[in-house]
Design a protein around this ligand. Structure first.
Ligand code: AMP
Length: 300
């Protein structure tokens, strides 16, 4: 089993119609690793400041997440602030402070370099590129990003995209990146640039998994109370890649479809509470039950 996740570890301040939380733990790497930990033993690469809670690092270890790739640096942890309105698919980013992420250039532990699956979660695309060259022979490389990087570093982002096999993006990001309104056409544009698989996340409406000759649609679990949509995309990727790492089927269509359903299941749990709170009580049995319910949801 070897999945390495490169991403942010953060403090987030989040406001949704269900309330406001100040400086709670978040980050793309955090959500993804926690979701993946239900299937495999992910390794995480990132950086935190001295203000990052020791208890969370302990929590990662208890979840069998390998944290040797997390550097603790003098300074403050990455900080992000966002607000959601009544539509959970729409959010406004109010503030982004890179802090210790500025000038972060990690040297990976040697066993990390042998990873089968590498996930470049949402971080600076220059950093994604720098880190990717350190891996020896990954079988599957996936990436994700966010509007912030599409707007500020589009060239760097396109360069990374050419080197990956799987691209995760939400509808808004994919439209922005390709300047194409129709999602299927937009997805195809991305396929032309390198990846063999594009996953278009559609928030509470599920996701589309696009390959050259096929499109697979996965529903989102019908959730009546979305307390905090933050991290849904990263948790989707974590469930998806964690499952693929467990099965070692990196490009089999059947497993990719199941992976997408597990991704959707993990995302549906994380949004039930603020931040990473729901991961603290989530059990493998709950995941399996929701996976089975999913099958009923789509059979007719
Ligand atoms: P998601 O809701 O899946 O898009 O992910 C949200 C997470 O991404 C939050 O916990 C943030 O801390 C993190 N995040 C937001 N903006 C950035 C950024 N520019 N670079 C890295 N991580 C970010």
């Amino acid at each position: 089993m070897s999945l390495v996740i490169v991403g942010s570890l953060a403090f987030d301040t989040i406001e949704t119609p269900y309330g406001r939380r100040e400086k709670i733990v978040g980050g793309s790497g955090t959500y993804c690793a926690l979701a993946a930990s239900f299937f495999t033993q992910p390794k995480i690469v990132g950086v935190v400041g001295e203000d990052f809670p020791e208890g969370i690092l302990e929590f990662f270890k208890n979840k069998k997440i390998d944290i040797r790739g997390i550097e603790v640096r003098p300074g403050k942890t990455f900080y992000w602030e966002a607000r959601y309105g009544d539509d959970p698919n729409q959010r406004s980013t109010l503030r982004t402070e890179p802090n210790v992420f500025e000038n972060f250039r990690p040297q990976l532990p040697s066993d990390y370099k042998k990873a089968d699956i590498v996930f470049l979660a949402n971080i600076d695309p220059d950093l994604q590129d720098d880190i990717l060259v350190q891996f020896q022979n990954p079988k599957l490389v996936a990436m994700d990003t966010i509007n912030f990087w599409i707007n500020t570093k589009p060239e760097a982002l396109l360069q990374v995209m050419e080197k990956v096999n799987l691209y995760f993006g939400n509808e808004e990001e994919i439209r922005l990146l390709t300047e194409e309104k129709n999602l299927i056409k937009a997805g195809r544009k991305i396929l032309e640039r390198g990846p063999f698989l594009v996953v278009i996340k559609k928030g509470e409406h599920g996701a589309l998994v696009l390959e050259k000759d096929s499109v697979f649609g996965v529903l989102a679990h019908p959730c009546e109370e979305v307390h905090d949509p933050t991290g849904a995309g990263d948790s989707f990727a974590g469930g998806f890649l964690g499952y693929l790492d467990k099965t070692k089927a990196f490009d089999a269509e059947r497993e990719i479809r199941r992976a997408a359903v597990y991704g959707s299941v993990l995302a549906s749990f994380v949004i039930e509470d603020f931040g990473i709170e729901r991961f603290k009580s989530l059990s493998p049995q709950e995941i399996e039950r929701r996976f089975e319910r999913f099958k009923k949801l789509v059979s007719f």
